[in-house]
Ligand binder design. Sequence first.
Ligand SMILES: NC(=O)C1=CN([C@@H]2O[C@H](COP(=O)(O)OP(=O)(O)OC[C@H]3O[C@@H](n4cnc5c(N)ncnc54)[C@H](OP(=O)(O)O)[C@@H]3O)[C@@H](O)[C@H]2O)C=CC1
Ligand SMILES: Cc1cn([C@H]2C[C@H](O)[C@@H](COP(=O)(O)OP(=O)(O)O[C@H]3O[C@@H](C)C(=O)[C@@H](O)[C@H]3O)O2)c(=O)[nH]c1=O
Length: 288
Amino acid sequence: MKNILVTGGNGQLGQSLQNLANAYPQFNLLFTDYQDLDITDAEALAAYFSARQIDACINCAAYTAVDKAEGDEDNAFLLNFQAVLSLAEICAQHNAQLLHVSTDYVFSGKQNVPYTEKDDTDPDSIYGASKVRGEAAAIGYNPDTIVIRTSWLYSEYAVNFAKRMQELMREKQELNVVFDQAGTPTYAGDLAKVILDILQYKAVNPDAALGGIYHYSNEGVTSWFDFAVAIKEMTGATTAVYPVTSDKYKTLAKRPAYSVLNKEKIKSTFGITIPYWRDSLAKCLKNK
Ligand SMILES: NC(=O)C1=CN([C@@H]2O[C@H](COP(=O)(O)OP(=O)(O)OC[C@H]3O[C@@H](n4cnc5c(N)ncnc54)[C@H](OP(=O)(O)O)[C@@H]3O)[C@@H](O)[C@H]2O)C=CC1
Ligand SMILES: Cc1cn([C@H]2C[C@H](O)[C@@H](COP(=O)(O)OP(=O)(O)O[C@H]3O[C@@H](C)C(=O)[C@@H](O)[C@H]3O)O2)c(=O)[nH]c1=O
């Protein structure tokens, strides 16, 4: 049985992994969050790894408050960069596979065709910049590290756009939502399954050179406005949802105008098929 450490285990991806743990009896998933394992504390990481055999680590811990990060750069970089470097070091020392998660916000969105793993990063936000440094630290320290870049993550858990929309639709008669930012929502339950399937693939192909960046989101393309309208329709909410341009919905951090991810690499490497975003949204809303 493989021992797999999950950091940030109470976040939305962490809870989605908890939900799937029983379906992967070959893995002993060790869920931690910052109360029991603060990944910014290198000594605590060293002690944790020394006390038990860790075969792989899924890093779900992150600073994900995109607007707050604009005024809190040091803490965003501490968690999204320095702590990732510490994790990469400790995983390399203990021969543990590190699987790290990153974001479409590493791109500015100037492109108008789906981003591949080979495209240059050019983040416009502190959050995006801190995640770029984290990716480079993880892979730079250990080229075997697998980094999955995902986008617009939502789930039944923690804080996310889909949950926020449902709350706002209960509270408000009308909502304005931006329609000039295009991307793809990703159901955290789908991402959690892919992560565990990749670790299973690695377990049966221990010598395969799999390190590097992979893009993963659900299939399809939409805008935050259309995502909100889909949530409204699927939940039967009566709130009026109006499309607005980004200059009419001011935020501290600039978001990419286009952040659709090309997923050919992850599909061909691991032989996976990916659900369409609307189908996964319907599944998530049914589960809540
Ligand atoms: N959310 C999104 O839309 C997207 C997320 N991603 C990436 O996916 C990954 C998972 O995101 P998601 O599940 O949404 O994130 P969440 O913010 O839901 O979860 C992050 C978790 O990390 C915990 N945490 C905070 N500080 C520490 C620390 N020092 N040590 C250990 N744990 C800590 C948080 O605890 P607490 O809440 O108590 O602070 C929280 O439980 C991240 O790498 C994120 O950048 C990528 C694209 C989209
Ligand atoms: C709540 C709300 C948001 N918006 C806009 C703001 C923003 O441009 C867009 C998305 O809103 P949010 O701020 O909720 O989402 P945001 O925090 O930008 O989501 C991002 O989180 C990080 C962690 C990621 O890695 C990204 O992939 C992405 O999922 O929708 C509206 O137009 N109307 C609204 O009522």
